[in-house]
Design a protein around this ligand. Sequence first.
Ligand SMILES: Cc1cc2nc3c(=O)[nH]c(=O)nc-3n(C[C@H](O)[C@H](O)[C@H](O)COP(=O)(O)O)c2cc1C
Length: 150
Amino acid sequence: MAKVLVAYASLTGNTEEIAELIVEGIRQAGGEAVLKSVTDCNADEINAYEGVLLGAYTWGDGELPDEFLDFYEEMDELDLTACKAAAFGSGDTGYEIYCGAVNQIEEKLRERGAEIVQESLKIEYGPNAAEKEACRSFGRQFIETCAAVS
Ligand SMILES: Cc1cc2nc3c(=O)[nH]c(=O)nc-3n(C[C@H](O)[C@H](O)[C@H](O)COP(=O)(O)O)c2cc1C
């Protein structure tokens, strides 16, 4: 059974809700998920998992939130070549760089050698009913991919 870390940064709860729904999807597909705020974990914990899903809301002008920065810098020490990964997050299309933090996280995962197995999940504000199902599906799909290749 694939064991996945889902770590996120959320200020007003939207990204947290997305993360919780992704975890539901992982469990529906028979996977094991550990859900953590990035402020409660160190990036080297990723090495204990077969897969990692990292999420954040976007701040400033398309930037990572401050509370993600320590984790992001810690990732520079990691070799993630054995790790499957994808990124997710919440944003607002009214800003010039929609979900820029999600793009930065995906790029960092790629740079550290992780295999990006699915397109990132970007949700405007909190998920509506259809988007809730898309979040669960994102989790299910990730587990199915991990199972197919391991
Ligand atoms: C000061 C400020 C700057 C923001 N900048 C961006 C941005 O550049 N791009 C974007 O997509 N969303 C931006 N947002 C929107 C948030 O990412 C969005 O409200 C998100 O749903 C918050 O997620 P959370 O509930 O997980 O904290 C910004 C919000 C604030 C308050």
